[in-house]
Design a protein around this ligand. Structure first.
Ligand code: SIN
Length: 353
């Protein structure tokens, strides 16, 4: 009898478990998903991989972080931007291809680097085109910027906006550069791009086109004597460790085209596209307002570190540079066309020194 009762209770327990399991299976099976608050909207989770070559504490690095935060906020966390700074993922040599192939969704190359693929972009690298920051803003956010961004559509690249860094300065290891003649005995690292090349041709300087992330080591082994860059890039990449002289020349402006893979963009819902546009607009504005201050912070760090001898061009020397570099405009006009060239010359004259 005792054994019979034990067997009976086991059978009852087995049946009730089966019934409970049965209920569970039925509930789960009704739409093949567990309902769970945390997983709501899982389908809409989008990740944007954003690769760039500058350091985090630069105008580009900080504007990228601002954009990521704004976009995440505007989409309630549904769109995440993973930023890969310092050429961690792709560098100057392969980021354009990576974007076109969809290996990353966003990049922000220097305008000169875009001009390698789209020569009309060289207009933004013309020497002494921007007498002040207002002139830069007018070109970036006016007709010129609009025409350049729209012109990218053909290469599976969507131009989102133009971002700010600052004026370029010259550094080198040999002596203080003051006049255009001082360049002829030096070998310079350059970014790619026809205007950059022509600028150094006019200064009779020999050059090597090198990726940004290879510049430090080429300065270190003295393969090149000098380079041109903004103070934020010079400081964050520690170029001062292998350069003795800095000439404050403000001879050109370094900014960026912010680009997205076109297929990726086309696959987004219109509400996500709107959020990207809104976040981009705010981030660009933030970048414009803060780029000068960020470069000033790096200027102070360079000055207090005292490893560079700093020389600022006089107005007379600046005029000599401008005169020496004037032929760059004639050559560029053949590619850029007379309309855009007229536009940039109008801006230049409006804010003339
Ligand atoms: C950058 O600011 O993205 C790099 C500029 C350079 O290649 O010199």
């Amino acid at each position: 009898m005792r054994n019979f009762l034990i067997i009976l209770s086991l059978i009852v327990a087995g049946i009730s478990s089966a019934v409970m399991i049965g209920f569970d299976v039925e509930e789960i099976g009704s739409d093949n998903t567990y309902y769970d608050d945390e997983q709501e909207g899982l389908d809409e989770q989008i990740t944007i991989r954003f690769s760039h070559v500058a350091a985090e504490n630069t105008p580009k690095g900080r504007t990228a972080s601002k954009f990521a935060a704004l976009l995440e906020d505007k989409t309630n966390g549904n769109v995440k931007v993973q930023i890969y700074p310092n050429a961690l993922l792709y560098n100057d040599a392969n980021e354009w291809e990576a974007l076109q192939n969809g290996n990353v969704e966003m990049i922000a190359p220097a305008t000169a680097k875009i001009s390698e693929h789209y020569p009309v972009w060289q207009i933004l690298d013309l020497p002494f085109a921007f007498p002040n920051y207002q002139a830069v803003e007018e070109a970036y956010e006016g007709e010129i910027g609009e025409a350049l961004l729209e012109g990218l559509n053909h290469a599976n690249v969507k131009g989102l906006d133009l971002w700010y860094n600052g004026y370029k300065q010259m550094t080198n290891q040999e002596y203080a550069i003051r006049t255009p003649d001082d360049f002829s005995r030096l070998h310079f690292r350059t970014m790619p791009g026809p205007v950059i090349q022509e600028q150094f041709n006019q200064l009779n300087t020999s050059t090597s086109k090198l990726s940004f992330n290879k510049t430090y080591q080429n300065l270190e082994v003295s393969f090149v004597d000098g380079q041109e860059n903004t103070l934020s890039n010079i400081n964050t990449k520690k170029f001062y460790e292998h350069q003795k002289y800095l000439t404050i020349s403000n001879h050109g402006y370094l900014g960026y085209g912010v680009l997205m893979n076109q297929d990726f963009w086309d696959g987004l819902s219109s509400s996500v596209q709107e959020s990207i546009n809104a976040a981009m607009k705010e981030a660009t504005e933030w970048g414009r307002r803060h780029a000068i201050e960020i470069n000033d912070q790096h200027a102070r760090a360079i000055r207090s570190n005292q490893s560079l001898e700093i020389y600022t061009l006089s107005a007379e020397e600046r005029a000599q540079w401008e005169h020496a570099l004037h032929p760059v405009y004639d050559k560029a006009e053949q590619t850029v066309g007379s309309d855009l060239m007229k536009e940039i010359k109008t801006i230049k004259e409006r804010y003339a020194y």
